[in-house]
Ligand binder design. Sequence first.
Ligand code: UDX
Length: 466
Amino acid sequence: MRVAMIGSGYVGLVSGACLAELGHSVVCVDRDAGRIERLRRGKIPIYEPGLESLVGRNVAERRLAFATDLEAALRGVDVVFIAVGTPPRRGDGHADLSSVWAAARSVAATLDGPAVLVTKSTVPIGTGDGIEAVLRELRPGLDVPVVSNPEFLREGSAIGDFLRPDRVVVGSDDAHGHQVMRALYAPLLHRGARLFETGRRNAELLKYAANAFLAVKISFINEISDLCERVGANVLDVSRGIGMDERIGPRFLEPGPGYGGSCFPKDTLALARTAHDHGMSLRLVEAVIAFNEARRPAMARKVLEACGGALRDRRVAVLGLAFKAGTDDIRESPAIAVIEAIQRAGGRVRAHDPAAMPHAADCLQDVEFAATAEECLGGAHVAVLVTDWEEYRRLPAARLRQLLRDPPLVVDLRNALDARELRRHGIRHVGMGMPEERLTAPQELAAKAPVPVRHASAPLAAAMAS
Ligand code: UDX
């Protein structure tokens, strides 16, 4: 099939390249001529493992092309995707749909025959109706079903997510729309991918609901993690134990510094705003938004407390700037807010990230960037691990011991490091949702396992004693 993808950003580029990989003939269009020029030369503007070779192969095999001329790109196409950005609108948190409307108007003005118009961008409920109205107004005779086909790609594993999806969601109120989308995704469906067909408004809302649910799940375990610290329980076991219940499931139950990225913060906010517009409050979602925002300063306080309440002129090594491992994206990254709060408390920050340093350098001030994790750690009073890159997990405890100043301290906001191993090497490890175990004296090393300092909260201990 012939496909045009309007918008060659993250979603458009990944989806376009993957649809080409499925055998379709795809043109990715963007109004940014510089971006298109670079793409033609094989320069991928985003960090996404495997994307460069996927694009290269499909361009070489002539299934994928890049263009700025929309009119030419739309000639004779079967499916037109709108995959432009929908960032939060300044001031009110609603999704800014100006690029979506502009794309719909361009399609109305230039489409030369029957096709299906598909929104891939995350758009609020009712946007498909609006696009239909634009088409009807500008081209009354044009018969173009408007379909919603939300994407669920995660940064860092987007290609796998597209080619081996949990489900493909297609929302259409038009039988022909469904038929064309079935043909488009046939290569995936033949490999066993699940197709979920529903109405257009359901598909639009479902995408927001999925992201909001995951944001709730993460925030829930973060709150339980805080409770574990108070009562002397270990969140890793609590999380594992509840995740064994198939109704809950083990994923997205890892405590951390709060969710970030371009989707969860924006989509939870937009969903809450949509509800307000319809006269109701999504109290659970609103609580999650507030909790997640408060988590960043809370993480900085955790560092401050671990340092005995004094950060002034302390050298703080921050490991990780991206909002999660596997991406160079720092949008809504907890690391940025945590660094700024540490600086306000007087700490001097040196930071490292395997991918995100160029972006972070544009938005952080008075931060030294280190070329390697070891350089970042050298001579620091405290190491704060914010993003769980694999290379940090593999840092040998003995080396950490050598690099950090005495007394060595690591605040591990992802529970990425082996707490016992660190303590065995005399490093104090402050993790998430786990009682701090006392450091093991060298002579005890082989003798016995470390003993928890806090067995129970004060009230519980009192109750047990009575
Ligand atoms: C998300 C959705 O997963 C995806 O379906 C949607 O299309 C876009 O938004 P992404 O933003 O790439 O994808 O990241 P994801 O891997 O979902 O992680 C989101 C945030 O949650 C990150 O900040 C991550 O660190 C955090 N997280 C995730 C946790 O803190 N704990 C977890 O257990 C899982």
